[in-house]
Design a protein. Structure first.
Length: 390
């Protein structure tokens, strides 16, 4: 066979293969098109929700609880300060020591104060002697005045000297009293009972006037300070109980009682400070700890409610999904009281009665998607009535 004949045969084979590929592609395109067209006619799948998937707006009383959180603070604390610049001679307590009111905490050097007291005492004694002499001269000259042996002007001179010396003696006595007070303040004592929280001095250091020496905290008298939204304060009453957990103390709760409510909102907020006295019988709590808990409020009258599991949060808004007119509907709702213990929440606005609500979370829901509540209308009414009387 000549080369020309081989070349012609090869071209024919290639042409036949190409023709087959084109025909096959065309057939595949037709098949795919028919399938897509069939799917378009078929439309999205309708979602079916059974009774266990659904809930309804229900009138029921709510046992609401108000969240409380804030810092534990000592109701009674004191900072002991130096009254004079003196050397620290002795320190008798350390951080963590328990002290009673009036207990000696430290002793400052008294040499300078004792010398000052001795000087003031000597000056006072001299003033007393001068006063006594002036008093004696005044008494003698008053008798002479009565007998007309001296003139009134002469007596007035003695009387003036007496009064001046009396004033000098009073001033000298006051200076002695001050010197004694200064000397007594060199003995540093606790102004309140409590625990030494901080010691700011060391032996040998010189104190500064009004400088800090110790801080004392009464851990027997602690309170929880918590900001509460102004809209919620009206629901609080003095004497209400709170149960809190504290960071760093796991598996234990502490009880407290509402003691005070501030009369005004905190600056720059719409919240009001509340104060709960906290029981610290075991001395486990410390000032500055963070605590969180809840206050049990009184049970409300029956209110339109749904399970908390039915509520979603979307872009900061509370929403629920309902089945209406055989389609999914996304409804924004305004919520009120929360009964966390029983898992219900009040719905103030945004949800009509007897509308089936998705009771739990379902993924990939789209508003308007076909859906059906697999409960007959009479049964829906029975379910709603049952919830309303639960």
């Amino acid at each position: 066979m000549t080369p020309a004949l081989l070349s012609n045969k090869r071209r024919a084979v290639i042409a036949a293969i190409a023709t087959f590929i084109v025909i096959a592609a065309a057939i595949a395109a037709v098949v795919i098109s028919k399938r897509l067209h069939a799917e378009d006619k078929k439309g999205p799948v309708e979602l079916h929700f059974v009774a266990s998937d659904l809930t309804f707006l229900t009138a029921r009383p709510l046992a609401a609880r108000l969240p409380i959180n804030g810092n534990i603070v000592a109701r009674s604390e004191a900072v002991v300060r130096a009254k004079a610049a003196l050397d620290v001679k002795q320190i008798l307590v350390r951080e963590g020591d328990t002290v009673h009111a009036g207990e000696v905490l430290a002793q400052l050097d008294t040499a300078e104060l004792q010398a000052r007291l001795a000087q003031k005492t000597s000056t006072r004694d001299s003033a007393r002697a001068t006063f006594e002499l002036a008093e004696k001269n005044r008494t003698t000259n008053h008798e002479l005045l009565d007998k007309k042996f001296i003139s009134q002007n002469a007596f007035d001179s003695f009387d003036s000297t007496f009064k001046a010396n009396h004033a000098s003696l009073d001033a000298a006595n006051a200076e002695v009293d001050v010197a004694r007070i200064d000397l007594s303040q060199a003995t540093v004592t606790a102004p309140i009972a409590g625990t030494i929280a901080k010691r700011y001095i060391k032996v040998g250091e010189k104190t500064a006037v009004d400088g800090q020496l110790f801080s004392i905290v009464d851990v027997d008298s602690l309170e929880l300070q918590s900001l509460v939204p102004a809209a919620e304060v009206a629901r609080l009453e003095k004497g209400m109980h709170v149960e809190v957990s504290v960071d760093g103390i796991p598996d234990q709760t502490f009880t407290g009682t509402l003691d005070r409510i501030s009369p005004a909102t905190e600056e720059g907020t719409r919240s009001i400070m509340t104060f709960f006295s906290v029981n610290n019988a075991g001395h486990k709590l410390r000032s500055g700890m963070y605590a969180a808990g809840e206050v049990a409020l009184s049970t409300s009258s029956p209110r339109p409610s749904i399970p908390l599991t039915a509520v979603r949060t979307d872009a900061g808004q509370s929403v629920v999904w309902t089945v209406e007119n055989n389609a999914l509907t996304r409804r924004q709702v305004d919520l009120g009281l929360e009964d966390l213990a029983n898992g219900w929440v009040e719905v103030r606005r945004g949800l009509p009665p007897n509308v089936p609500i998705l009771a739990s979370k379902f993924d990939d829901l789209k508003e308007g998607a076909p859906a059906r509540a697999m409960i007959d209308a009479p049964e829906v009414g029975k379910v709603a009535d049952a919830h309303a009387h639960a």
